[in-house]
Write a protein that binds this ligand. Structure first.
Ligand code: URA
Length: 238
């Protein structure tokens, strides 16, 4: 049980500055569990709270955990330079809440990207000590051979790494298709591993992190959804 003033609640959920949130409330644009409340000082229980702002319902969430199906030509960096940032694919509230990607996908990589405003969660998920498998579908320029698969499983040496990096699993899915599972999250890792093994990655898609799959979430390219505790449980290391 935790009570907060309505203006504070609205601000914490990313609806804008305190001043703007107060104006929204005073204008009658905010309902609390279905009832309009126009006093911004009203003390409101946050548990199971549903806000309606401009006729749209938002469940109160102390922190947000999001899965985005990232399309190509969006950047994960905080200050995107050549393409729009992934935050432009989400409602504006998430920018106000300082939601950030958990790790990065290259601008031309598609697929599952986690995002959150929970700093310790982002930190824990990005830690190299966490061995959460990530599943990628790579399209290769040269045919996928048995030798390539064997090399990726055995380990390839990248320039700036002290030891060879190897795939946890690697399966040929077609003449130019490879499914590769990695536990580390090094910079451009799939592309660099394929290059080090004498091939070239021409397209890359991430379909799964831990036990969480894009298919099960059912989000289309460019779409997103909230992750609930049962989804987060699937991100635990194997
Ligand atoms: N490996 C890459 O090379 N790129 C990505 O975006 C993710 C993994």
């Amino acid at each position: 049980m935790s009570k907060l003033s309505l203006d504070r609640i609205l601000q914490s959920q990313g609806f804008g500055t305190r001043k703007y949130c107060r104006a929204l409330i005073e204008d009658g644009d905010v309902a609390v569990n279905g009832e309009i409340v126009d006093n911004y000082k009203a003390s409101i229980e946050t548990e199971d709270l549903v806000l309606t702002v401009f006729d749209e319902e938002w469940r109160y969430r102390p922190q947000v955990y999001i899965a985005l199906h990232k399309p190509a030509n969006f950047e994960c960096s905080r200050k995107p330079s050549h393409h729009p940032g992934v935050l432009t694919l989400l409602p504006e509230q998430f920018t106000w809440r300082e939601v950030q990607p958990v790790g990065r996908l290259d601008h031309d990589t598609t697929g599952l990207l986690l995002m959150s405003d929970d700093g310790p969660f982002i930190h824990a998920q990005s830690s190299p000590k966490r061995h959460v498998p990530k599943v990628y579908q790579a399209t290769t320029a040269e045919p996928v051979t048995e030798a390539l698969v064997a090399q990726l499983l055995e380990g390839v040496q990248l320039h700036d790494e002290p030891a060879p990096l190897r795939a946890v699993s690697c399966i040929r899915r077609g003449e130019h298709q490879l499914e590769i599972v990695l536990e580390q999250g090094k910079y451009h890792q799939v592309k660099r591993m394929l290059a080090a093994a004498g091939n070239h990655c021409s397209a890359l898609h991430r379909s799964q992190i831990g036990g969480l799959t894009l298919d099960a979430l059912g989000i289309k390219e460019g779409g997103w959804c909230f992750l609930e505790p049962e989804h987060l449980a699937l991100l635990a290391p194997a």
